[in-house]
Design a protein around this ligand. Structure first.
Ligand SMILES: Cc1ncc(COP(=O)(O)O)c(C=O)c1O
Length: 396
């Protein structure tokens, strides 16, 4: 089937071409046409252990043989094991499992409102920041301060307010005007263009959340779980949130999301207040246990930092050679090359040359390889990227 025919099968919410992907191994993906790609998109920051990791395959088959689904009416051992690991390795005392990042944020919005309304019924407003991304369902979408995701879907949910990212003055103004249940922020924005929160900003948000008795929620769906070289991005800021939302790599490639939270927030919820049929599925959680056990290891995290610094350095050195590059941003293995023009042709050129990269916001090329990527693969990726940049018509 050609691309046009395949696309005619689907609601056209994605722009796709090329042969279907068939299998993967480590940092490589292969398509039905026999082409191999170096996967520096990583299933949008999901395949942190690369493709076909033997420990994930083993857990997948072992749990698949035992029990694939049981619902949340009953306990399952993998869910208990993963909750214990998340609590052991974070600030959190309680966990809620769901299926995706959007659902994790949706749950966190509901938890924050239930908790804050116990203080006072009018305390339901939610604050989030420009260029943030929190998901596609109405609550998570309403917290996403990017017009392009809203267009055509209005009206959005009520009670959501936006301030410019890293703008303390603007936050102060909003906090004085509304009674907030929660502040949602990504310590390192992924979809928004690989923008880091400043330490001053997150420290201020922590103090403001304490002062106004609202929940500080860190969306670590993209930047958490080792991606920035520490298990959680918040560790690098020494700012502890009240809730943290997780998804993407946590299920080892299966749909899984989680809210990790403080005890008092958790205890403002009761049986039946929130729920999901599939969330915390035993197979996904069994893979989550493997992912956590590997990524939480200090030696593993160190090699992420070393390789991240290596990639950042190589990309930064390109800036001197190519005036089309505006800046190189990010931390660990979540790195963005901000271009002066739309980078879509560069990303398409890289794909043609066997390197998968992802666009972030209007003008940034995201490098998100598996955390297990080899140095030689980084060299190869940078070499392909360089050769594609060389072929771009000069604009400056
Ligand atoms: C920071 C962040 N939050 C939330 C989401 C939504 O997650 P999902 O696509 O699993 O619903 C994403 C997805 O890209 C994300 O990067």
């Amino acid at each position: 089937m050609n691309t046009k025919k395949i696309n005619s099968l689907f609601v056209p919410t994605y722009k796709r071409d090329g042969a279907p992907l068939t299998h993967g191994k480590g940092s490589l993906l292969f398509d039905a046409g026999g082409t191999a790609y170096l996967d520096f998109g990583c299933g949008i920051a999901v395949n942190s252990l690369g493709h076909g990791h033997p420990a994930l395959q083993k857990a997948l088959f072992a749990q698949g043989r035992k029990l694939i689904h049981s619902s949340n009416l009953y306990f399952s051992q993998p869910q208990i094991d993963l909750a214990k690991l998340l609590i052991k390795h974070s600030f959190g005392k309680r966990v809620f499992f769901c299926n995706s990042g959007t659902e994790a944020n949706e749950a966190a919005i509901k938890f924050a409102r239930k908790w804050a309304k116990k203080q006072s019924p009018g305390k339901y407003h939610i604050l989030s920041f420009s260029d943030g991304f929190h998901g596609r369902t109405y609550g998570a979408l309403s917290a996403t301060a990017q017009d392009k995701f809203h267009a055509g879907f209005e009206p959005l949910a009520g009670g959501f307010h936006f301030a410019p990212f890293n703008d303390i003055k603007a936050v102060k103004k909003l906090l004085a005007a509304h009674r907030f249940a929660a502040i949602f922020v990504e310590p390192l924005q992924g979809e928004g263009g690989v923008n880091s929160a400043t330490a001053e900003f997150l420290t201020f948000l922590r103090k403001a959340a304490d002062k106004h008795k609202c929940a500080l929620v860190f969306d670590e769906i993209q930047c958490g779980m080792g991606r920035t070289g520490t298990l959680w991005a918040y560790e690098q800021y020494r700012v502890i949130p009240d809730m943290m939302t997780l998804a993407k790599p946590i299920g080892g490639g299966l749909p899984l999301g989680a809210v990790v939270c403080r005890e008092d927030i958790a205890l403002s919820l009761g049986a039946g207040d929130h729920g999901t049929t599939f969330g915390g599925n035993p197979v996904a959680c069994a893979l989550g246990v493997v992912v956590m056990n590997i990524i939480a290891d200090k030696g593993f995290l160190k090699q992420v930092r070393v390789k991240g610094a290596y990639l950042l350095d190589k990309l930064t050195s390109l800036q001197k050679l190519f005036p089309a590059i505006e800046s190189v941003l990010g931390s660990g293995l979540l790195i963005g090359v901000r271009m002066k023009a739309d980078p879509a042709p560069i990303i398409a050129g890289c794909k043609k040359a066997g390197l998968l990269l992802i666009k972030a916001n209007r003008n940034t090329v995201r490098f998100i390889p598996p955390l297990t990527v080899k140095k030689t693969e980084i060299d190869r990726a940078v070499s392909i990227f360089t050769s594609v940049l060389k072929k771009q018509p000069a604009k400056e």
